[in-house]
Design a protein around this ligand. Sequence first.
Ligand SMILES: NC(=O)c1ccc[n+]([C@@H]2O[C@H](COP(=O)([O-])OP(=O)(O)OC[C@H]3O[C@@H](n4cnc5c(N)ncnc54)[C@H](OP(=O)(O)O)[C@@H]3O)[C@@H](O)[C@H]2O)c1
Length: 504
Amino acid sequence: MGLGKPDNCLLVIFGGTGDLARRKLYPALYNLFVDDFLPDALQIVAVGRRFFTREGFHNEIVLPSLKAFSRRASNPDGHFASFIGRVHYFQADLYDQGGYTRLRQFIEELEEKSGCQGNRIFYLAVAPEHFGPVVRSLKETGLVPARGWQRVVIEKPFGHDLPSAAELNRQLRAAFSEEEIYRIDHYLGKEMIQNIMVIRFANTFFEPVWNNKYIDHVQITSAETVGVEDRGGYYDRAGALRDMVQNHLLQLVTLVAMEPPASLATEAIRDEKVKVLRSLQPLDAAAVSKNAIRGQYGAGEIDGQVVPPYRQEKEVAPDSTTETFVALKLFIENFRWAGVPFYLRTGKRLPVKVTEIILQFKSLPDILYFKEYGELRPNLLVIRVQPLEGVYVQLNAKRPGNNNYIVPIRLDFCQNCEVGVNSPEAYERLLYDVMRGDPTLFTRWDEVEAAWRFVDPIAAAWTARPPLFPNYAAGQWGPPAARELLIRDGRHWWQEDELLPERG
Ligand SMILES: NC(=O)c1ccc[n+]([C@@H]2O[C@H](COP(=O)([O-])OP(=O)(O)OC[C@H]3O[C@@H](n4cnc5c(N)ncnc54)[C@H](OP(=O)(O)O)[C@@H]3O)[C@@H](O)[C@H]2O)c1
């Protein structure tokens, strides 16, 4: 960060008592406050249904959230008190027009007192079915247009399929222009995701070989050890394809595969990303059954703990056919990537928590000299997104000694392994960018649209053929078909233990 303070503004958080606000938004705002990145006059108005006095809201919601989830959970120089001095609570029901009218009066008075200059951000941290009605009420009750600039932040999921996403977009556009809509994909706020473009476009090493002449294939893994926790109701309607692939994983594909943008301007970058999504080879029903694998976890063990099957999670149907695991093989039909498979996998209750991107380079010709002296490993470039953040290159080198034995070695850069490195949370960067009016790390409508266009046929083919679930035990890397997806191509997933034995 470090780009200075944004304009003064007022931030309204609908869903200000909810899980997302408590776990992510208040801690991120607090960290920005500690670093002096917040606008001087910023006021935060949390809206919720429940009754709280302002003090009660601070003590029961905001302070516990900062202590539990901020990466700076301490209170140097009384920062907690100064921060919560900017946080207000407003009780209102999202479906009560009178509530919006009162909120408008409340906000106008606050703007007057604080010098927020009429600039307003509306953050919709509420369930997706409320997005449209809230935006409509904002317009009907005159909360928008604001006197200054106005922005709206939309959480995922952005629709359930293309028609519902298009309808949601239409509702948003009735009150906000495309430039004023910030669609969150919190993966884009992560440090190493922003680093992908730098690694690619600022190093002579990589860009010349970043294509189908030199890259054998790409693997993208986003694995979680947790189950659905308290979000079973939402997850059971969404599933891994909609919850992870449509947004986060396809966004990672765009960053790995995009052409160099003409400039670093927001729209130049987004233009290149959307071209990748439009170049995805569509999967018809036959391709889905071959190249799209789904799974659901049964009972199993993770880290020595016995865990229940998905179908016994809270708010999940006992006969649920929702997938908790997806593995996909996809192709990008353009000159750079033709013929290079991208293998994606994501799931819950997998053996480790990890998000990483691996580019496997093509092997050199099988030269006699090497064959006699050990097994040549392919060159790998590994971009580690979480929990470790860094980049790692695997090379072949000579083992020290009086022979020519060849062993794999690693050039390893780990950003957050060093003591004292405390990377900003994704939501810090994203909230800061909303305040600065920089939508580069948010998804534009045509990206969302193209991603649904790719995902919808997969979902439709799956709906047409009921699955045999559960098909993997918690603690395994998905069903056997996910492994076979690569084995039949003569490849394999780089498992955590094989790739990074030092981790743990
Ligand atoms: N939680 C996460 O980790 C996460 C991650 C990614 C995306 N998201 C997205 O973020 C959004 C919020 O999720 P969440 O987990 O924070 O939900 P949540 O914990 O269920 O919170 C819902 C919030 O909405 C408020 N609300 C619900 N109905 C209302 C009504 N009729 N009038 C006024 N307020 C109402 C609740 O207020 P009361 O408490 O006063 O009832 C509460 O503040 C969702 O779109 C979700 O998909 C969440």
